[in-house]
Write a protein that binds this ligand. Structure first.
Ligand code: HEM
Length: 378
């Protein structure tokens, strides 16, 4: 049994339509199954005319679209999205080529409270499996990359809860290390995801075939990025662990641009915690307070748990940067920026920040006499 099996059924019952994954995958509100199955061939032959006709053919009747549930609207955006990325890959701005798509994108954005184009969630989590899977190329490596990203979604939903709890606790509280240990379990899915990618997707395939489909498109004067893995909101975890008060301008800027591509409740989480005090800062303050004295066992436990999560994040980032460097090497790269809008150099700086924060909490001070819990001393 995988983590997905454990967490996904719980997701379906939380009343959030965006977590009704099975229903979204099953939905085909534009009756697009047959047409989208032909897209890989259209892309292979760079048949812009056929892609344009296909996009036009998918356009729904405005009254019908206005009646769609959130589940149906998400599925419709997913299906239109495959054609948006395909046209752009062949150098065509889709909204300019098919202007009637603009009001539909705006309507779907409004109905789903998301950006007016498809995101990584549409392309992976909400994408059907099997014969109905939507892809640009039909290549097994594209499906593998989708699945690699797909497997992180339930864990990140679960981490949202544990990180939210963590933000309300102090490191002297036993709940602090419990929340971190649960988070560690969830974040492990990022390592599994990148290991799966390394085993199944070559940097050559990504760089030369897939990457061009993730280019940004223009929607009413705004550039919206394609469904990049970089939009996977690992920042939810960083935010409460260290990012909210121990970041750098590059990562802050990247997050500022990335948050818009996530789900409404995740954006709300970001807004709630962005100005907060991070777990690393709380722990550092507690250790300064205890400086020269016996460190309470709970504080040591909290430090160990925090270091463990940061180590897992570091492992993900160290392996991830390996494939990213190859895909954006001088020999392979067609673009200077990643599909998430940032250069590979950003990954180095996030990895360094993760390392620095791990080093900060790794080694609790040498013990002397115990001064009792902090609350008793105010
Ligand atoms: C061929 C495989 C991959 C390549 C070449 C690649 C490349 C990159 C690059 C260049 C960035 C910098 C930002 C940007 O894209 O503009 C990035 C960011 C990111 N990627 Fe990937 N990536 C790959 C697969 C994955 C997978 C499978 C995941 C797992 C979900 C993932 C998760 C992330 C995350 C979370 C970020 C934001 C930065 C961070 O938190 O460290 N990537 N990726």
């Amino acid at each position: 049994m995988t983590l997905y099996d454990l967490v996904a059924p719980g997701l379906e019952t939380r009343g959030e339509p965006r977590y009704r994954i099975a229903e979204i995958r099953a939905a085909d509100p534009l009756a697009a199954d047959g047409l989208l199955a032909a897209v890989p061939v259209m892309n292979e032959t760079a048949d812009v005319a056929a892609l344009t006709v296909a996009l036009r053919a998918l356009m729904p009747d405005a009254d019908r679209a206005a009646d769609w549930s959130v589940v149906e609207a998400l599925a419709a955006m997913r299906d239109i999205g495959i054609l948006l990325g395909s046209l752009k890959r062949h150098g065509v701005q889709p909204v300019a080529a098919v202007p009637e798509v603009l009001p539909v994108l705006e309507l779907l954005a409004q109905r789903t409270d998301m950006v007016p184009r498809d995101t990584v969630h549409h392309y992976t989590t909400w994408n059907p499996l099997g014969a109905r899977r939507r892809t640009y190329t039909g290549h097994p490596m594209e499906a593998d990359l989708q699945d690699a990203v797909r497997m992180t979604f339930p864990s990140l939903v679960a981490a949202l809860e544990t990180c939210g709890r963590l933000a309300r606790l102090e490191p002297y509280d036993p709940g602090f290390s419990i929340a971190l240990d649960r988070t560690a379990q969830y974040v492990q899915s990022m390592v599994d995801s990148i290991d799966f990618t390394l085993a199944h997707v070559t940097p050559e395939y990504f760089a030369t075939v897939l990457r061009p489909y993730f280019e940004d498109i223009d929607v009413a004067g705004h550039a919206y990025l394609g469904p990049a893995a970089a939009q996977v909101p690992l920042w939810l975890v960083d935010l409460t662990l260290w990012q909210c008060d121990r970041s750098n301008p590059e990562y802050d800027g990247f997050l500022q641009d990335s948050v818009q591509y996530s789900l409404p409740s995740w954006r709300a989480f970001h807004a709630r915690h962005a100005g907060g005090v991070s777990a690393v800062s709380k722990l550092s303050a507690a250790f300064s307070w205890e400086s020269g004295h016996h460190v309470p066992p709970q504080l040591t436990a909290s430090a160990l748990s925090l270091a463990r999560v940061l180590r897992i994040l570091k492992t993900f980032r160290a392996r991830h940067i390996g494939i990213a460097r190859k895909a954006y090497s001088d020999e392979l790269r067609q673009y200077d920026q990643g599909s998430g809008g940032a250069p590979v150099a950003l990954l180095r700086s996030i990895l360094d920040l993760t390392r620095e924060n791990e080093t900060l909490v790794r080694a609790p001070r040498a013990p002397r006499a115990h001064r009792g819990p902090r609350e008793d001393r105010s």
